[in-house]
Design a protein around this ligand. Sequence first.
Ligand SMILES: [Zn+2]
Length: 344
Amino acid sequence: MSVEQPALYLPPVHRAFLRATAAAEEEMGFLLAQNVMFEEEYITTLLCSRLVPEVTYVKFSKQQESRVGGDYLWWWVDRSGEAFGCLVQAKVIHHKGRGWRIGFHHETRTGLQMDQLLAASDFFEVLAAYAFYAGDAAYRSTMRCSQRHHGVLCHQRQGAGVTILPALNAQRTVENARLRATAPPSKLPFLGGFDPIEDVFHHAEPLSRLTEPGRANDDPASIRYYRMRLGPGMNGLRELLTPGQIGARKVAQFMTDKLAQQAAGTFETAVLPDVHTDQVEVGGRVFDTLPGARGHFGRPFFEHALRGLRTGLPDYVEAALRSPSDGVPAELAEHADGLVVVYL
Ligand SMILES: [Zn+2]
């Protein structure tokens, strides 16, 4: 950045995210004002189309009728060539009585949607995440989470209309809420208590934060805790978890932090063996060894997140962008509805 640049200089890619998420929020408000509920596929297409030209996207032709059409494979790639991948499923947050609902457990002909998302993320070897579409400020105004985010209420955060959260965080939060619902009243004070969907929404971050200049986050005690516990062979991961990352690593850190923060709240007594990957050359992964900690997520969460951090974009990305009409590999279109490439 040159000295002439104003202090509030925003990179073009970040301006694109501010513009697109504002357009999505405006459209959701516009539809709500007409008593029309917005749908995942429509908002996803609108959002992606407004990210252009700073961001490139391709919408695949439908391969499976069972999907709702909101699963996009996202890749953030920086000037060093490093890339971070994420399979993102769009979810509308619905009003339900006095509370809220997200159709996480929507059943398709081939099983539970949440399981399918994780299976598809395994296929691509990337992190699974949700993007939440939460309408406009008026729609969210009855949300009751009273915890503040840098002094601002959850539903009043800038960009709260379109947020993102690793799927494992959402799954864990919903499960905790289920346990809370069946817990004896004497335990309730320890388990907290607001709407599980508001709890999920509280942890989700505005999508535009991923491209925001400056530090992605503070250095919470939970992350320092994980850094301290890493063995000598984990210097690369220790560095990634240190504030001040840029490019694809910054996005990777942001999402990994989300998982590590929730995992740090669990009491994992067993020391699990590290996870090794042999395919560093083939798959281009940045990390070939990661801690086996599961943090009650049911799977090693560092591996789940950071398998998506690569030394370069996978070959299929270029193939899909080159000629989207016939160049999209069939298995790619079978597991995702579209591809988004963010050049950082
Ligand atoms: Zn909150």
